[in-house]
Design a protein around this ligand. Structure first.
Ligand code: ADQ
Length: 407
């Protein structure tokens, strides 16, 4: 058997996530809580670790404290085996500047690449909810002889304006055109309503990426972005391939969640992805233990339901008490209280939230420690919600960390 290739994981986690405001008011987007007891970054890290890639640098920047803390506490690896998941803030090794873009983030962190000396770099984004075995993509990269491989997924063409869009040659493997967030995305050959989008996940042959990053650093017109600058450089050279996400097989995946990938870049997408979790036959199955999404649960007692309190089609975190209240189609994190007569529906409730007696919460996202006083409502009168909070295009009311709702 051939020896396992030496691979270093690089997770791009420096994005600001402006469109997730107010959830990113106080934290980086990859640190935004998701699914009751995860943070967004846990999905990519679980995918890498499940594939056996146990040396990972997470490049952080924007409001990185809670992300750094989460990685260093939750993702501590065995030093003895030389494994690590390490957050890497901008260190200004190349001058007094932050990371100017995702390519500059890797350029400024090359010392870690030199130290590790991997043959291949797996460079993945940190903002997506999905299951993927990256080792299958690495095997594809090695077999094809490409210098850069981009993971591709078919998306509705009208959504493709938010992504890098891929055009291939007839073989369907070699990338002939890569358009970063095009206004008029090209469609795939067999369907005018579908485009082939980049998932923002790449595999590179190390030497080739280092050369490309250095060449890009000297280009005054570059914004030093992986999608806008580096991938097109490999496409021009004719050494960029696409890896079709549809071909990825994850142990324990079922037909319905096979190929599930969500860019939770907007509040509506974030809310929708939670509703995917609580449907009776979940479209994304968090309970697949053959490819677990990893996290360290808090040391709290199990959730408790008293005084006819109930939660239906919902997920409820530890330490949460539902007392004489009804919760439907919702995800409740740890340490939440829902009091007598209250009703919660279609909502995402983060740790420490307090929902008072007879309060009503509908189609809402309540960030950590929000207080909904007795009798108050959220998501009922969208006009008044809009005046005080964020209300999304599809009518989801979002309330930022620690806010006490007016009665
Ligand atoms: P976007 O997500 O819009 O598109 P970007 O904002 O660069 O691109 O984010 C990509 C990843 O890099 C995210 O995980 C983000 O946190 C991180 N990142 C952004 N700026 C960074 C910085 N300065 N330092 C470190 N990390 C940083 C990208 C691709 C598209 C692709 C979509 C898929 O450019 O081609 O289609 O991802 O969602």
């Amino acid at each position: 058997m051939a020896p396992k290739p030496r691979v270093l994981g690089i997770v791009l986690a420096g994005g600001e996530g402006k469109r997730l405001w107010p959830l990113t008011a106080d934290r980086a987007k990859p640190a935004v809580p998701f699914g009751g007891n995860f943070r967004l970054v846990d999905f990519v890290l679980s995918n890498l670790v499940n594939a056996g890639y146990l040396r990972i640098c997470v490049l952080t920047q924007y409001k990185s404290h809670s992300l750094d803390r989460h990685i260093t506490t939750t993702w501590r690896m065995s030093q003895m085996l030389g494994n690590y998941v390490t957050p890497v803030p901008a260190q200004q090794r190349l001058g007094p500047r932050w990371y100017t873009g995702s390519a500059d983030a890797i350029l400024q962190s090359l010392n870690l690449v030199y130290d590790d000396d991997p043959e291949y770099l797996v460079v993945f984004g940190a903002d997506h909810v999905y299951r993927m075995d990256p080792s299958q993509m690495v095997a594809d990269h090695i077999a094809s002889g490409a210098e850069a491989t981009v993971a591709g997924i078919r998306v509705p063409r009208h959504e493709a304006t938010a992504f890098g869009v891929i055009d291939t040659d007839e073989s369907g493997h070699r990338i002939t055109r890569f358009l970063e967030k095009p206004a008029d995305p090209p469609a795939v050959q067999d369907d005018p309503n579908v485009s082939y989008a980049s998932m923002g996940n790449y595999v590179f042959t190390t030497k080739a990426l280092i050369e490309a990053l250095k060449q890009d650093a000297g280009d005054e017109n570059s914004i030093h972005d992986m999608g806008a600058n580096i991938i097109p450089m490999f496409v021009e050279r004719g050494t960029a391939n696409v890896y079709d996400f549809d071909r990825n097989q994850v142990p324990g995946s079922e037909e319905r969640d096979k190929g599930y990938w969500r860019d939770v870049g907007t509040l509506d997408a974030y809310h929708d992805a939670h509703m995917d979790l609580v449907s009776v036959h979940p479209i994304f199955n968090l309970y697949n233990q053959q490819w677990p999404i990893l996290s360290v649960p808090p040391t709290l007692p199990p959730a408790k339901f008293v005084e006819n309190g109930m939660a239906l089609d919902s997920m409820v975190g530890p330490g949460t008490i539902i007392s004489g209240a009804t919760v439907r189609r919702s995800v409740l994190s740890e340490n939440v209280r829902v009091s007598i007569g209250a009703s919660v529906e279609g909502s995402v409730i983060m740790p420490g939230v307090r929902i008072g007696r007879n309060a009503v919460v509908r189609n809402a996202i309540l960030d950590k420690n929000v207080v909904v006083p007795d009798g108050a409502t959220v998501g009922i009168n969208l006009e008044s919600d809009r005046a005080a909070y964020t209300v999304t295009a599809s009518g989801i009311t979002v309330i930022g960390k620690g806010v006490t709702v007016a009665r």
